[in-house]
Design a protein around this ligand. Structure first.
Ligand SMILES: [Zn+2]
Length: 447
């Protein structure tokens, strides 16, 4: 069924809407919101103007220094809590010398929109904007509010974005269902063509720590056995050598069972078997990340001069925890593994990402809409997002938040996120706007 046929009664001109969405995305990409420094104000003003053109008023949330977020609300009858369409305005830096086009040109090449943010996540923001525009234009009777929220600073932890919203506009956190980045779909999987849409009810929690080793400084000509650098190297050796068992959490269990049911896994493989899970996750880095608490060494600092023993040495570890691991337990375990009072574990950044349920109307409505649009070919693949997003703030506030970017990408497309030559096809933009509008409409029309 071609896009648009799920709303025959509304008479939406999908061709016109797609052209409009395309021109908006190209323009949005041209606004350089690289973080740092961010400068999201220009992006927020752009979104404000696009909303105003449809008669939707909005509010800017200014965290200073041009770090601005924006919210807008379509009011429902209030018989149920709001749905939030969440996105972030900032993008990560580029290395323009590796791009085929200017990363901020918003060029269209063979029906594909190129530029930083096309996938992460100005493209999804435009899909969400189209859901707002359509609900407004077609005067959809809403039982619950639809809130559009585009925030600053997601790529640097959200202090000037979602955390600023939590502090200054907490009413925006009062929501039942939230759609955000965190799961894309696949147009091919294990060499097979497919229409596999991803939905992520949970994500891993960051637990960034610093290991600080202290020892006696001194002249490097005389080893004295209390060398901070040597202690740190030994500690890191123990951390690296420590083997963690693979563990299934609900979203990954559902993901593996969906893959098996749809023939993307040999019949004889049982991923519930611990040994099979270990084997599978040792050959697939992504599966390894979503079945383990992980530790990644990302920095090491020590010493100023070749012949001087420094008094301290530091290493940064980016640890990511499964939804059921508590940071306190993990840090305590890390100290035990290091087993050296001369090496302290300092906590740098952490939050609990939480987990939403797969057993909610959100997931069943998504499944229903996809089947109507794409028939039996459509597969809804539950996922655990290995990175973290702003969704944690909503899960903490009691909402059910889902990573759900309805677009079908190749592995090559996915590699452009935070990489070079990021791009989104116009077909994907149209599909995303259509699916997101229809899912939002059905959920918002229900009490
Ligand atoms: Zn993002």
């Amino acid at each position: 069924m071609p896009p648009g046929e799920t709303q025959p009664d509304l008479g939406i001109d999908w061709q016109e809407l797609t052209e409009y969405a395309t021109s908006l995305l190209c323009e949005y990409i041209r606004i350089n919101t690289t973080n740092p420094p961010g400068g999201e104000e220009a992006g927020a003003v752009f979104l404000r103007d696009a909303l105003a053109k449809e008669g939707i008023s909005s509010q800017l949330h200014d965290a200073g220094d041009s770090r601005v977020s924006i919210s807008a609300r379509l009011e429902g009858s209030g018989s149920a809590k709001p749905i939030v369409l969440l996105s972030h305005i900032d993008v990560v830096p580029v290395e323009p010398e590796h791009w085929h086009v200017d990363p901020f040109s918003g060029d269209i090449v063979e029906d594909v929109i190129w530029g930083r943010g096309a996938l992460d996540m100005k493209g999804m923001a435009v899909m969400e904007l189209m859901a707002m525009v359509l609900a407004k234009r077609h005067r959809i009777r809403l039982e619950r509010d639809i809130v559009f929220l585009a925030v600053a600073d997601e790529e640097a932890g959200g202090m000037k974005g979602i955390h600023h919203i939590c502090e200054t506009a907490p009413h925006l956190l009062d929501a039942e269902y939230i759609f955000n980045e965190g799961a894309y779909g696949f147009s091919e999987f294990m060499g097979r063509q497919t229409k596999m849409f991803g939905v992520a009810p949970s994500e891993k929690s960051p637990c960034w720590v610093k290991l600080v080793a202290t020892g006696q400084p001194g002249h490097a000509s005389v080893p004295h056995g209390d060398n901070a650098v040597a202690k740190l190297v030994k500690a890191l050796g123990r951390v690296e050598a420590h083997e963690r068992r693979a563990r299934l959490t609900p979203a990954v269990e559902a993901m593996l069972s969906t893959l098996k049911t749809n023939g993307f896994m040999p019949e004889e493989l049982n991923p519930g078997d611990p040994q099979t899970l270990e084997t599978l996750s040792s050959v697939d880095a992504h599966l390894g990340a979503i079945t383990h608490d992980t530790v990644n060494l990302t920095g090491f600092r020590a010493g100023k001069k070749h012949n001087v023993i420094p008094g301290t040495a530091e290493a940064t570890l980016d640890c990511r925890l499964l939804p059921d691991t508590k940071p306190d337990d993990f840090v305590a375990e890390l100290s035990e593994i290091i087993d050296d009072p001369g090496v302290k574990v300092e906590r740098v950044l952490e939050h609990y990402s939480g987990a939403s349920s797969l057993d909610t109307p959100v997931v069943s409505v998504i499944g229903e809409v996809l089947k109507e649009m794409y028939g039996e070919e459509a597969i809804l693949l539950p996922q655990l997002c290995p990175a973290f997003t702003d969704s944690h703030a909503y899960r903490k506030a009691g909402g059910q938040a889902y990573g759900f970017t309805p677009s079908l990408l190749t592995r090559e497309d996915l590699a452009t996120i935070h990489g070079h030559n990021e791009r989104l096809s116009i077909a994907n933009l149209r599909m995303g706007a259509n699916v997101l509008f229809e899912v939002t409409r059905r959920l918002a029309c229900r009490g």
